[in-house]
Design a protein around this ligand. Structure first.
Ligand SMILES: [Fe+2]
Length: 258
């Protein structure tokens, strides 16, 4: 992870890049005219600054959203770490890795429109309440689509509760119709939910949680996403960035993270 980006540093980088003549927002060079000398290092640095700034803003937004739910603190950050590791194991390119990390932070942004009475309800949801909760992937994607810098992660957010066997929501997509990034997010989201306390149950132990993830391979979860996650999860829990080591009381696990 690079150093935190300040607005001052961003503006300094932008000014340096503009001075190279490489950025000409409204007047592309006419055909046949020589371009100004390229300054690849400055452009790469500027690009990285934009990516870092975007991620910092997204992380701050995610933390603000998470603050509504005292039971999911740190969830998005753990997911971002896990998704990046699994995405790299799958061989996703840098841009897809970046989108996956942003989607991990914002996957539940649609819950901002779910009433507290449902979001924080300690007991089981009624069918009507569950239907309301199931709208959060679509409402989150709709919100993200309105932000041009983030709009390309909307399909990932929209599909993070789809299942490989087509029995997920909101669309019942299946197989490779689901973006692979959403499949990775789904596995990491479920694992993190299983290994954290919830209002209605205690956290599961690691072995029990991993057994459930493995059991969902090819039904709830994309096999490639499960395989990649299981290959990296050992690195994620030592030191404990994701999940917990101590055994927990036996519970009935959810079929999917909320
Ligand atoms: Fe969700």
């Amino acid at each position: 992870m690079s150093e935190p980006l300040t607005l001052t540093a961003f503006l300094a980088g932008l000014q340096a890049a503009l001075q190279t003549g490489e950025i000409v927002p409204f007047a592309p060079p006419a055909p046949g005219l020589a371009r100004a000398p390229s300054n690849q290092p400055a452009m790469a640095a500027l690009n990285q600054m934009v990516l870092d700034l975007t991620e910092q803003m997204v992380a701050a937004l995610a933390e603000a959203i998470e603050a509504r739910d005292t039971f999911t603190g740190g969830h998005c950050k753990r997911l971002a770490v896990a998704c990046l590791a699994a995405g790299q194991r799958l061989g996703l390119g840098p841009e897809r890795q970046h989108r996956l990390r942003l989607a991990a932070y914002l996957h539940d942004v649609g819950k901002i429109s779910v009433p507290d009475a449902i979001l924080k309800k300690p007991g089981p949801l009624t069918p009507e309440e569950y239907a309301e909760m199931q709208r959060h992937p679509s409402s989150g994607a709709a919100l993200i689509t309105r932000m041009p810098l983030l709009s390309d992660i909307a399909p990932i957010v929209a599909a993070h509760h789809e299942r490989f066997d087509g029995r997920g929501y909101p669309l019942g997509m299946g197989g490779d119709a689901i973006p692979l990034e959403a499949c990775v997010l789904s596995v990491a989201d479920c694992y993190d939910a299983l290994t954290q306390d919830r209002p209605y149950r205690k956290a599961l132990g690691l072995d029990q949680a991993l057994s459930i993830i493995q059991g969902g391979r090819g039904s709830q979860f994309h096999p490639l996403a499960v395989d990649a996650f299981l290959e990296v999860v050992g690195d994620l829990i030592s030191p404990p960035a994701l999940g917990r080591r101590e055994p927990a009381a036996s519970v009935s696990p959810p079929s999917s993270a909320a």
